[in-house]
Structures are given as C-alpha cells and as structure tokens.
Design a protein around this ligand. Structure first.
Ligand code: GTP
Ligand code: MG
Length: 324
C-alpha cells in the first residue's frame, strides 16, 4: 500500500488533498488534529489509480450518504447541507466524503485531561453525568494525572454515595458543594494542575429556575459546563434541549447511551441547534469502557453503520480494509 500524509487547516482541506493526489480509492487510515489549526490525514492506496468512472462513483457515494442520513432521521435541511458539503468533495469513499462534510458543519473537541479548566457535567436527570465524570476521571488517572471531583448534586437521593463509589475506587479526593461559594472553595482546595470535575444535579431545560440555579452555582467559578446528552431522543426535543443548555454556556456535548440506539439524527440536530462541538461518546453502561473521543471520521463511520468500537479504532495494519 502506498502511504501518504496530508496536512490542512481543516480536515476537509486535508481530505481534498487526499482526493486530489490519491484519487477516489484512497483509504483513510488515521486522522489527527495538530494544535488548533492543523489536521493531518494519513491515507493509503492499495491499487494503482484507475480511470474508473469517477462521476458515477461520486454519485453512488452521495446516494449512500443520503440514505444513511435519512435512516438516522437527520432533519431534512441539515441533511441537505451535509449532502451538499459531501458533494463538493466528489469522493468515491462515503466515509471520506461524509467526514469532510461533518467537519465543515460541526466542531469536534474531545476532552483534554491535562491543563483543562474545571469541567462541570450538566444535563437532564439521568443523562449520564455522573457516569461520564467517572469515565473522564478514570482516563485522567490512567494518564497519571491528578484528579479531583466535586459534587453539587446534594438533591437526588444516593447521588453523593454514587459518586463516592467511583472516587474511592479511583482514590481521588471528593468534595461536596451546596452552592457557588462552596464550589469555589472546593476548587481552590484542589491542586491547580489537577483535572477538576464537577457533578451537577439533573436540570430540566424547560424549567428556567433549574437553569438559573445551575448558572448561579457555576457562575462563581471558571468551570466549563459540558452538556451530557443521551442519544436517541426525539430530534426536535434534543435540539431544544441543546439550545437551552447552550444558553447556560455549554459549548460541547458528551453524548451517552449510543449503545442503546440505532439512530443519531437527534444528536446531529442538537449539535447544530445549540452550535455545540462533539466531544465524546459513551457507548456502554460500564464505567471501565470509557468514553470515545469523537472526530469527523469516527462519526462518519457511525452514521454509515459501523459499531462504536470499530468506528473509533482503525483495524490493525495487516487486516485493514478499505473504508467503505
Ligand atoms: N447503556 C448505557 N447506559 C449508560 C450510559 N451512560 C450512563 N448510563 C446509565 O444511565 C443511568 C444514569 O446514569 P448517571 O450517570 O447516574 O446519570 P446522571 O445524569 O448522573 O443522573 P442524575 O444524577 O440522576 O441526574 C445509569 O444506570 C448508567 O449506568 C451509556 O453510555 N450506555
Ligand atoms: Mg448524577
């Protein structure tokens, strides 16, 4: 296989270079964000380039993408924008074309565990906030990072005990905070270089008082609120929920429960409506399974029918197959 590495300011631009130089049969092996402004795509070509009917192949690709987006229940206007962006890439590879389109319409920003602002997991009751906190804490601990957790959820019965199970197992300090002052105090009690995670009470985005209370608590510290949103809900409801939490300052989504659903249109609608970046996907009830950092290629693979496990990780080199 002929391997090449391409770099561009956006993933779409790097993929365009792959297309231009290696043709429609190029296989994407890896994508990587380098810093904030550069994307690297490693691609290969198994066979010599052929004079295949490129236009037909590109049309088949667009049909496949349109079918997948319809299956997922992506709202028509968003699906049209994605199809138009994919069409511009004129790629015969559906993953390539859809990844480029997703990259041009959405932002992708996985959670970095080092040097981060404190993160507050916010969302509706039962969304998966505490589980996501435990998964992010586990990831940071495995990376050798100092971690601390604070819960502001003193409301739901058993919430503190649930978090304590995880923090004890991870041997990380845990605090409770009843209000904004308590949260600010707990944050200063943790080392500055620690990865600081805040659990919050489930909030009803249709209830202004819930959001105002969250805003009051988080307003006293420099925490980034991250929306935890389960996949598979009604498209319009998810879009409304995302808009509500975006008003609280959320910029990113940790999507959970992808293992329970087949259709991801609601998640795309939510990210689009709230102008939220995709950060991580949760695909299992097990804490140990962790979260999957999302990038345009892994999301394109999921939308085109790959399971979360294979969407996230390229196959080993010896058995790697073309991404179709
Ligand atoms: N199948 C599956 N279950 C999940 C996932 N993430 C969380 N859960 C389950 O969803 C339920 C709620 O998860 P929590 O993490 O307690 O949710 P929460 O948002 O903290 O809930 P509240 O604190 O009550 O608002 C638990 O039973 C979790 O095991 C996931 O990705 N897949
Ligand atoms: Mg919780």
């Amino acid at each position: 296989m002929r391997l090449r590495t391409f770099t561009g300011a956006t993933l779409q631009e790097a993929i365009r270079q792959v297309r231009a130089e290696l043709g429609p049969d190029a296989v994407i092996l890896e994508t990587r964000r380098i810093g904030r402004r550069s994307h690297e795509v490693r691609a290969g070509l198994d066979a010599p380039e052929t004079a295949a009917p490129a236009a037909d192949a590109a049309n088949d690709t667009l049909d496949r993408i349109a079918t997948a987006l319809a299956f997922h229940g992506v709202p028509a206007r968003l699906a049209d924008r994605l199809a138009a962006a994919a069409g511009e890439l004129a790629s015969a590879d559906p993953v390539l074309a859809l990844a480029g389109a997703l990259d041009s319409l959405f932002a992708f920003e996985p959670v970095a565990t080092a040097g981060a602002r404190p993160l507050a997991l916010v969302g509706a009751p039962g969304a998966g906030k505490t589980s996501s906190l435990a998964r992010l804490a586990t990831r940071a601990r495995l990376a050798g990072q100092a971690v601390g957790a604070i819960t502001c959820d003193l409301v739901r019965a058993g919430a503190e005990a649930q978090l304590a199970v995880y923090t004890r197992r991870l041997e990380i300090p845990a605090f409770r905070a009843a209000d904004g002052d308590g949260l600010a105090r707990a944050l200063t009690a943790l080392p500055n270089d620690a990865f600081r995670l805040i659990d919050t009470t489930g909030a009803n985005p249709r209830e202004p008082r819930d959001l105002q209370q969250l805003a009051r608590i988080l307003g006293q510290c420099d925490a980034e609120p991250i929306l935890v949103l389960p996949a598979g809900g009604d498209t319009l409801e998810m879009a409304d929920q995302a808009t509500g939490f975006a008003g609280l300052g959320c910029r990113r989504i940790v999507a959970t429960k992808l293992d329970l659903v087949l259709r991801l249109g609601g998640l795309l609608a939510a990210a689009d409506a709230g102008r939220l970046a995709f950060a991580e996907f949760g695909c299992s009830p097990e804490i140990g399974a962790g979260l999957m950092p999302v990038n345009p290629v892994s999301l394109a693979r999921l939308l085109l029918g790959k399971s979360p496990a294979t969407a996230a990780t390229p196959a080993p080199a010896a058995t790697r197959e073309p991404v179709r």
